[in-house]
Design a protein around this ligand. Sequence first.
Ligand code: HMG
Ligand code: MG
Length: 306
Amino acid sequence: MAVERVRIVEVGPRDGLQNEAAQIPTDVKVHFIDLLSQAGFGWIEATSFVHPKAVPRMADADDVFRQIQKRPGVRYAALVPNPRGLDRALAAGVTDLALFVAATESFSRANINRSIEESLADARSVIEQAKPHGAHVRAYISVVFGCPYEGPVAPAAVRGVAERLFALGVEEVVLGDTIGVATPGDVRRVMDTLLPLADVDRWGMHFHDTRGIAVANVMASLDLGLSHFDSSAGGLGGCPFAGPGAAGNLATEDLLYLLDGLGIEHGINLDGVLEASRYIVEAVGHPLTSKVYQAGGRLRTIPAPR
Ligand code: HMG
Ligand code: MG
């Protein structure tokens, strides 16, 4: 059945800001998130309770999470790598968690200093400790479509990790194209293997736009009935393995523009997202990569020919 409505998780404040060269003050992050809340998102991934030495830009997670204005009806999620991260997140009032496990051993080791098996054990502990608090858990699988160390990734390897995560009781598995290599053909191939595992509503797609194919990958996903997408305001974000100036996450503005053109509902105000992007651009100190942002937003009227 054709997708009529999508759910977007805005990940700019976390995936976007975690890699920025500039140290962005806590109050600027908080205001950015508040602007995004006003734009109508139902979900915002606000921050990340990881080790401050691993990701110095998220060292103020506790303050950011406490200080944002929690708009009724908005779910504010945070990344949690392990039980220590969970303790910090719960103390700050987080109830929507995002875990992350890799599809390859090399990426797992580089990202979190754990094997896949060890990280699944951490995921189990986090889930067991979080569920009594009523937590909702999304779990990312990173490098689903390709790994900077191991190259192509077999869909069967992703399937193995996804099965384990669903068995642990996560509500949703989010497939990360961490280094932005997927094409629509890859999306179809991987989802052929994965979709039989769980209902279509229990998958999320997290595309990075490193090679400019993210919007095409959304189209391929919609054709398969998938309706949960992550994106970041302005196209903030990226990956330390991509070259300087490389595009980051799928830009929220570009995603909204596509969905509007297709008549698919999303509930988000594009002008509000553009306002948040215009606010954060000064703090990050470099141009944003969203095409729709660069074009000045939606084309409302086509000028009459002279
Ligand atoms: P480790 O050094 O192996 O940790 O790091 P450890 O368990 O050995 O503990 C060492 C010390 O760190 C201990 O303190 C712990 O308490 C402390 P000590 O006893 O020595 O005083 N510690 C912590 N402190 C604060 N917060 C914590 C925490 N955990 C332990 N959560 C660890 C392992 C996982 C913590 C580290 O490698 C880490 O934080 N990595 C995070 C990497 C990261 O954030 N990557 C980016 C996010 S993933 C991503 O972007 C992909 C995604 O977007 C999807 C996609 O695109 O595919 C999600
Ligand atoms: Mg990412």
